[in-house]
Design a protein around this ligand. Structure first.
Ligand SMILES: C[S@@+](CC[C@H](N)C(=O)[O-])C[C@H]1O[C@@H](n2cnc3c(N)ncnc32)[C@H](O)[C@@H]1O
Length: 225
């Protein structure tokens, strides 16, 4: 199944709202770290409902572009804002429809690992970033987060599961400096007491604590030279 088919179906089911609510727990502190300045041009890769760009606009960024491979998602995102500075485009991570050195900062949450060729996607990001521009890459599906390993079984788009070191190496191979890498815990999701388990796919409370409070979201930050 293609990205378009998979995520158009998610959009038709209204799943962009649930993603936004869940992802916001760790995206909020990540966006707060981004060194955006008034007037900057920002790109969100795999934008979903477009919530990250809406939040960044409140910090005065200029043009904001949300790229998504699903026309259904892009339409949903467009429907959540009437801000003329925010634009949503249908396109694939394989080819970013932007000129060289045209983007100040890029962001992506829970989308990068769906790239058909993640190494090439990083090269594309490097190409479109201005010198000194950053890529804040956030993922919940990664090697150290054992609870994420079975997610591929529920989705037909092929997912790339790298570990922390593989992210750093791939960023460097694409010509990006790695400025930082961090696990951002989800402190907002409610974790019930022992008696509630099994709960939401977790056999034990310990496993759920590990998933959210220990591993959370893996953030890798690249900087274009
Ligand atoms: C799991 S959702 C995450 C959405 C949003 N970033 C969030 O945090 O809720 C992944 C999004 O990335 C998009 N996507 C996945 N692979 C893509 C690709 N190769 N090119 C463009 N968009 C892609 C999907 O259509 C989907 O909207």
């Amino acid at each position: 199944m293609s990205v378009r088919e998979e995520f158009d179906a998610w959009a038709a089911e209204g799943r962009e709202q649930g993603m936004e609510e869940r992802h916001w727990h760790t995206v909020r502190p990540i966006l707060a770290r981004m060194p955006v300045e008034a007037g900057d041009t920002v790109l969100d890769l795999g934008t979903g409902s477009g919530y990250a760009l809406r939040a960044l606009r409140e910090r005065g960024i200029g043009a904001a572009y949300g790229l998504d491979g699903s026309p259904g998602m892009a339409r949903k995102a467009d429907g959540y804002t009437d801000d003329g500075a925010v634009g949503f485009l249908v396109g694939d991570f394989d080819h970013l429809p932007f000129a060289d050195d045209s983007i100040d900062h890029a962001f992506s949450m829970e989308a990068f690992y769906y790239a058909n060729d993640p190494h090439h996607t990083l090269e594309e990001i490097r190409r479109v970033l201005k010198p000194g521009g950053t890529f804040y890459c956030a993922v919940n599906y990664y090697e150290e987060n054992a609870a994420s390993h079975d997610w591929q079984a529920n989705i037909e788009v092929e997912m790339t599961r790298w570990d922390r070191g593989e992210y750093r190496e791939a960023f460097r191979d694409a010509g990006l400096h790695v400025a930082e890498q961090d696990n951002v815990p989800d402190r907002e999701i409610e974790i019930p007491d022992e008696s509630a388990f099994p709960h939401e796919g977790f056999e034990s409370r310990e496993a759920m604590v590990e998933r959210y409070r220990t591993w959370g979201t893996l953030l890798t930050v690249g900087v274009a030279p």
